[in-house]
Design a protein around this ligand. Structure first.
Ligand code: ADP
Ligand code: GN1
Ligand code: MG
Length: 360
């Protein structure tokens, strides 16, 4: 017997061309944005998602982007998301409760919230590098921008200051130290966006949300199988993709670890990822990009940290949270990581040089 909410979800799923009879629908995964469910039928498994229309209001163009990118990747023989169509042949279904989509479940894979060993992270780097190379020949003019100024860090800082000024929940007085940290770090924010504007960093097509749980690894071999969460594919900088992967994966703890003594920036993991990523993008990476790789990790970590804090100050309306201080806890891990990344900045530059030499 299915519970009431499962019946409602089953009604939604009933509008899609599924194989078999639905037997269960359960909440699934650790994404912060969409509501994700695992749908099981007597023949197959699927991922049902209630899309976050606050974050992505233009569902039509969002799904059009994903359709274009996935058919392009399919044509190149890559494993990627498979959109399951509705009875009407559409890529999503909208009703009074929201906008819904279904993907085939990519079987026999795992996604990690923490790097299990350096080799897996190196492989993730190679997969995101390869993804970058594949997208290089994709016609970017077909894509619509799904979220304006997504990795425009100076603009994120303005949003952060607006949340601070509003203090909607009266939380500002409880996190003065964290707020001060992001105000003091402001010199970092325009480093990538300035490079894009003055032409020293090329604009490419990028994934823009390259955290480790957005890549599926084979459950047996642990090799990367598919890059998922394609909602934010847009023109951007390769440094966004590199930096965000490091932010999440080169930490020795979970993004929401409360015990900051466990949270460290690992240069060993940084090196592993850089080896995989640069191994793929070396032929196309520019000197301007290469020079800023260690800095990109700092900038992406600062950006994410201030987004968590801004959301905490605004009453947790953006990221999914499980308890009231969840976003503040996440923000603190980002601060800890930035402090260590700054301290180890020279080491990180040395590592990039070593890896480039190794690659010949
Ligand atoms: P969000 O935007 O909320 O992060 P995702 O699209 O990343 O949503 O999905 C959340 C999680 O669900 C992923 O981290 C992954 O574990 C799982 N997932 C999503 N799509 C698939 C799929 N097609 N096959 C298997 N697992 C998936
Ligand atoms: C969100 O969607 P998800 O959970 O993979 C967010 C990213 C953040 C990340 C922090 C569309 O990623 O930008 O870096 O949380 N995605 C969106 O964990 O805002
Ligand atoms: Mg995700």
């Amino acid at each position: 017997m299915m519970a009431n909410n499962e019946v409602t979800l089953a009604n939604v799923a009933g509008h899609f061309r599924l194989e078999g009879e639905v037997s269960s629908i359960k909440a699934y995964g650790d994404g912060h944005i969409n509501r994700t469910y695992l749908v099981t039928t007597d023949r197959k498994r699927y991922i049902l998602q209630k899309m976050n229309t606050n974050v992505f209001p233009d569902t039509e163009n969002l799904m059009r982007n994903i359709e274009l990118v996935t058919s392009y990747l399919h044509s190149k023989g890559k494993e990627t998301l498979d959109i399951v169509r509705t009875d009407d042949g559409a890529t999503y279904y909208a009703d009074a409760t929201g906008a819904w989509r279904i993907y085939a479940f990519i079987e026999h894979t795992i996604s990690y919230n923490m790097v299990p060993d350096a080799e897996v992270f190196r492989d993730a780097g190679a997969a995101f590098g390869d993804f970058q190379n594949e997208l290089a020949s994709f016609d970017a003019s077909q894509l619509k921008e799904t979220v304006a100024h997504f990795h425009d860090t100076p603009s994120r800082f303005l949003d952060f200051k607006a949340a601070l000024a509003q203090d909607r929940e009266g939380r500002v007085s409880g996190c003065r130290e964290e707020i001060r940290f992001f105000v003091d770090q402001a010199d970092w924010y325009p480093k990538i966006t300035d490079g894009l504007s003055n032409g020293s960093i090329p604009l490419r097509v990028t994934h823009n949300d390259t955290k480790l749980n957005n890549i599926l690894m084979d459950a047996t071999t642990h090799k990367a199988r598919a890059i998922i969460d394609l909602d934010t594919i847009m023109p951007g900088s390769m440094l966004y993709d590199f930096g965000d992967s490091i932010r999440f994966g080169a930490s020795t703890a979970l993004e929401d670890e409360r015990d900051l003594d466990k949270v460290h920036f690992s240069t060993e993991l940084f090196k592993a990822y850089a080896r995989g990523f640069l191994g793929e993008v070396k032929p196309s990476i520019t000197d301007g990009e290469l020079r800023l790789m260690p800095e990109s990790a700092i900038i992406m970590t600062l950006e994410c940290g201030m987004r968590f804090l801004a959301d905490y100050l605004s009453g947790d309306t953006y990221f999914a949270t499980s308890y009231p201080e969840h976003n503040l806890v996440r923000c603190r891990t980002q601060i800890k990581l930035v402090r260590e990344m700054e301290r180890k900045l020279e080491d990180s530059h040395r590592i990039i040089d070593e890896v480039m030499k190794e690659l010949g």
